[in-house]
Design a protein around this ligand. Structure first.
Ligand SMILES: *[C@@H]1O[C@H](CO)[C@@H](O)[C@H](O)[C@H]1NC(C)=O
Ligand SMILES: *[C@@H]1O[C@H](CO)[C@@H](O)[C@H](O)[C@H]1NC(C)=O
Ligand SMILES: *[C@@H]1O[C@H](CO)[C@@H](O)[C@H](O)[C@H]1NC(C)=O
Length: 458
């Protein structure tokens, strides 16, 4: 082999190794851009025409016309004239109080490192002026604004959050989709005329760094959706090829298997360490992702419940994507804002145990279900283990059964001055920490506390 041949050969290998090809083996081998695992926490926003009835959930149209759920059908009969259609809701999606810079402030205060907005839910209404969604988009009717564009600009100007977009491949009532489905997905008109053009448009125009794909009904093989071809473009050529992360909802059987990180099911929270990076998407209103006017206070997760979910999620290697549903007027209601700010205030004290940490060899402590661990390796303090306590110790000794101490181990609490004395547990397994009486108002948090253990042996 001559030098020239060798050079060409090396060039060929390098050019090839950087490129992904449209098959799952190749696409699934792409390493996730590291920012995503470090971020741990994002905010999901469900906003669309469904925010107008704001009753039952974002599946309102489907429940009304397809599944004919009784309370949705009778809600329409009681409150609207008989000829009222779902499309008539669009003009009431007025967003007159939508101030993307205020949203950006609230999202930043929550401690989230990324945000994912619904660019289009299963109803098919695009929150940006898509060329491929004539008359059924936020510029042509309702807001008469580019909601995706405005939020992406505010987020990028005012915060350090990554901007992401949710996009639903299927649409319940799109005639092209219905006829493709009728053909058992042997025709592809909907994908060719609508879905792929709008998806390329969306990514090229707004450069989302999270692309959260969804399917309203888990139907259609990857060959129908051309998801592999799209992802190949996304990873090789798109303007976000270096930084974009995506999920696993790209075909009828992709869930928990193919794509980027795994979402598996809504509110996925396995409670054990997972091999593949995953995300727990959950919602503050336990019963809906879209705004519900008739939600009760008990329907909203408390901040303690949020921290509980978060601690178990990140201990097991997941990220948490927590949803809020703004109103049709463009308001993040005070109950959502309060939860976001409360959780953000907790994160601010305890961020060292969160961002950039990795799962430890143990996820929770066998002494109680209310302690979850994270870990980081440091130059100065050796292996640092963080024990997230979801309840304050009832006794003056906190028994942690899993960590193995060294003579150099020190125990502190994030947000609190001073060290705690400790002794090794029985047979040198575990650490027994002396917890003095601390007045409630001197504790760094009301909800959950992080004990930091340095120079741990395991
Ligand atoms: C949005 O709507 C306005 C008013 O109808 C129109 O002039 C403008 O071209 C539209 N923008 C896009 C990007 O389609
Ligand atoms: C639809 O296509 C799938 C996969 O190609 C096949 O297994 C199934 O039998 C088909 N169903 C009908 C009703 O043709
Ligand atoms: C604690 O960890 C064990 C072992 O990984 C696991 O089986 C269990 O589900 C976890 N506890 C909770 C409350 O999830």
């Amino acid at each position: 082999m001559s030098i020239k041949q060798l050079a060409i050969y090396i060039f060929f290998i390098e050019a090839n190794s950087a490129k992904y090809t449209p098959n799952w083996k190749s696409l699934d081998s792409r390493p996730l851009p590291p920012w995503y695992d470090q971020a741990k926490f994002g905010i999901f926003i469900h906003w669309g025409v469904f925010s107008v009835p704001s009753f039952h959930s974002e599946w309102f149209w489907n429940y009304w016309k397809l599944q004919k759920i009784p309370d949705v059908v009778s809600f329409m009969e009681k409150n609207y004239p008989p000829d009222f259609t779902y499309a008539d809701f669009a003009s009431q999606f007025t967003v007159e109080f939508f101030n993307p810079r205020e949203w950006a402030d609230i999202l930043q205060a929550s401690g989230a490192r990324y945000v994912v907005l619904t660019s289009k839910h299963c109803e098919g209404f695009t929150n940006w002026p898509s060329k491929y969604s004539f008359n059924w988009n936020s510029n042509a009717t309702g807001p008469n604004r580019d909601l995706v564009g405005e939020l992406s600009s505010a987020i990028r100007e005012k915060t350090n959050l990554k901007f992401g977009l949710y996009h639903c491949l299927s649409e319940w009532f799109n005639p092209l989709y219905l006829s493709d489905k009728e053909s058992n997905f042997t025709t592809q008109d909907f994908v060719k005329v609508k879905i792929m053009p709008e998806l390329y448009e969306l990514v090229s125009k707004y450069k989302p760094e999270v692309l959260w794909s969804d399917l309203c009904e888990k139907k259609g093989p990857a060959s129908y959706w051309t998801s592999r071809e799209f992802l190949t473009w996304l990873y090789n050529e798109s303007p976000v090829k270096e930084t974009v992360v995506t999920n696993d909802r790209w075909c009828d059987v992709c869930l928990c298997k193919h794509g980027g990180y795994h979402t598996c099911t809504d509110r996925y929270n396995p409670g054990t360490l997972q091999k593949h990076k995953w995300e727990n998407c959950m919602t503050i209103d336990r019963r809906s992702w879209g705004y519900r006017r008739n939600a009760n206070i008990e329907d909203y997760l408390s901040v303690h419940e949020i921290i509980t979910t978060f601690a178990s999620t990140i201990s097991c290697g997941g990220n948490m994507l927590m949803n809020i549903g703004p109103t049709k007027n463009g308001i993040i209601m005070p109950v959502f804002e309060e939860r976001l700010r409360q959780f953000g205030s907790w994160l601010k004290v305890n961020e060292e145990a969160v961002y950039g940490t990795v799962p430890w060899s143990h996820q929770n402590d066998s002494s109680t279900k209310a302690i979850w661990y994270t870990m980081r390796k440091t130059d100065n303090d050796g292996t640092v283990v963080y024990a997230i306590l979801l309840s304050w110790p009832a006794q003056s000794v906190l028994k942690l059964f899993e960590p193995l101490a060294t003579p150099d181990t020190q125990v502190t609490m994030l947000g609190y001055q001073g060290k705690f004395s400790w002794i090794p547990g029985l047979e040198y397994q575990g650490i027994y920490v002396n917890v003095p009486m601390i007045p409630w108002n001197k504790l760094p948090s009301q909800w959950a506390w992080v004990f930091k253990l340095t120079f741990i042996d395991n």
